[in-house]
Structure formats: structure tokens, C-alpha cells
Design a binder for this molecule. Structure first.
Ligand SMILES: [Zn+2]
Length: 264
């Protein structure tokens, strides 16, 4: 079994770097990645790239911080059409953001509900963003019965109670590099069951980091997996196996290609 990065924005990197990035990931035992779109345009880009490299898969969605206005019927049809692409494995990145300056709460909620409804039409899982958005988002997910679709709480940094609420609703806790430094998150990780964990990097280009080798890439999923192993007092292999099984379960009907890749 291999590792996998269930949430990235690799389409933001120069296209001629993507193959090297994926090769470096493979050298670290990370077989592939999901590219999470943040707008209709980048969702389209994610699908395009996922059709060019067998290690890539796409998520489609409008990020709460990128909502400009109520999506038109035409926009919704376009999203629906994109979800049909066999390389699309999740509705992502969607969610709620409570940060100052974010779009209005009503608009964000409406767009998230629209995405969840598309999830019910397609059966695709929801990999969601929630910044300063608990418990708000749990109410919306519950009202829209998103638990039936499952998915993941992406870049999770909440407390133990919140983690259990997500898990109980049917979502995986998706851990990224903040696990390496945030003590509270390490405590939460120690306590939640291993069969509730998936791994990611949320990587995008980081020009503010002077050294290129310090930019986060899918290869860093290995570090996150090692941290989980240490926190739980388990072998790295056990983390790799379980995280792989969790991912396959989370992706459900569209997991076939990912399963193949993880087993290669
Ligand atoms: Zn993201």
C-alpha cells in the first residue's frame, strides 16, 4: 500500500513542474493526489490535469472565499457536467469560512447547500473547508444530510469534541503538516481512531519561502504519516495501510483507479 495526498492545489504550480513534483512524491511513497478546484475555472483546470497524468484526480467546487455571487443555473449545470468526468472523485473545495472579509454567511451557506445537493445527485463525497466555521458548518451538513455522502474535514485543526462530531456524522479527519507543530492537534490525533484519518498537504506554491525545497508538496504526506505513527505508537506501515483503506472507503464508487494506484 502507498500513501496518497487527498487535497492539493497542484494546478497552481507551473505546469512543467508537476511531473517532477509527482515523481518526488512517488520517491517518498506517495502515489498520487487529488487536485481540489476552488472556482469553476480552476475545477476545469484540475480535471484537465487529472486527465493528463494517471497519478492525479480532481475535486470540483467553489471555495467559500472565492464566491463572488450566487451561482447561476448555467454555473450549476456546468459544475454538474464536470462532476460526470471519471477523474473527478470528490466535491472539493467547498465549505464555510468565518474569517473577517469572507463573503456573507447566507451566500456561503447557499453555495455549500448547492454543492451538497449535487453530491446527492452524484454520490460523490464532500471534502470541506471550515475556518472559524465550527459548529456552524456541522448544522448545515446535518440539515443537508451530507453525512450520507461522507468525505473529509480538510486541514483539520479543531478540538477533540469537534473531531468526534465530524466522525460521528460520517466524515474523515484530514490531517496535514500543522500536525507537526500544533500540540493540541497532536493530542486530538492521539485520541481519535486511526480508521477516521486521511492525509493531505493542501499544497500550493509558496514563493514567500525562499528555498524552493521548503515548499510543501505531496511528498510531505510521508512526514504527516510518520507523525501519526509516532503519536499513536504504531508502525508507519500500519498508518499507510489504514489511511489507504480509509481513502478508498471515502471515495466509494469512484475509488477504482485510486485503489489500483495505491496497490501498485
Ligand atoms: Zn485547499
Amino acid at each position: 500500500m502507498k500513501l496518497f495526498d487527498c487535497h492539493t492545489h497542484l494546478f497552481e504550480y507551473p505546469r512543467d513542474e508537476i511531473t517532477e513534483i509527482l515523481d518526488r512524491a512517488q520517491d517518498s511513497g506517495v502515489a498520487g493526489a487529488i487536485l481540489a478546484g476552488t472556482t469553476i475555472e480552476t475545477s476545469r483546470k484540475a480535471i484537465e490535469l487529472a486527465n493528463l497524468d494517471t497519478r492525479l484526480f480532481a475535486g470540483v467546487g467553489i471555495h467559500p472565499m472565492d464566491i463572488e455571487k450566487q451561482p447561476s443555473d448555467e454555473n450549476i449545470d456546468e459544475i454538474r457536467h464536470m462532476l460526470d468526468d471519471p477523474r473527478v472523485v470528490a466535491i472539493s473545495e467547498v465549505g464555510l469560512d468565518g474569517m473577517e472579509g469572507a463573503p456573507s454567511q447566507d451566500l456561503q451557506e447557499c453555495v455549500l447547500r448547492m454543492h451538497i445537493q449535487l453530491g446527492h445527485e452524484t454520490g460523490l463525497p464532500i471534502i470541506y473547508h471550515a475556518r472559524f466555521a465550527y459548529p456552524w458548518i456541522l448544522d448545515v451538513l446535518r440539515e443537508e444530510k451530507a453525512g450520507a455522502l461522507g468525505g473529509a474535514a480538510h486541514y483539520f485543526q479543531g478540538d477533540l469534541d469537534t473531531a468526534y462530531k465530524c466522525i460521528d456524522m460520517g466524515f474523515y479527519i484530514s490531517l496535514a503538516r500543522p500536525l507537526l507543530r500544533i500540540k493540541e492537534l497532536q493530542e486530538v490525533t492521539r485520541k481519535i481512531p486511526l480508521d477516521a484519518i486521511v492525509l493531505e498537504t493542501d499544497c500550493y506554491p509558496q514563493p514567500f519561502k525562499k528555498k524552493r525545497e521548503n515548499w510543501t508538496e505531496p511528498r510531505h504526506v510521508l512526514e504527516v504519516a510518520e507523525a501519526v505513527a509516532e503519536l499513536k505508537g504504531l508502525e508507519l506501515n500500519q498508518i499507510i495501510e489504514q489511511a489507504g483503506d480509509n481513502l478508498i472507503k471515502m471515495l466509494g464508487q469512484r475509488s477504482t483507479e485510486v485503489t489500483r494506484l495505491l496497490g501498485e
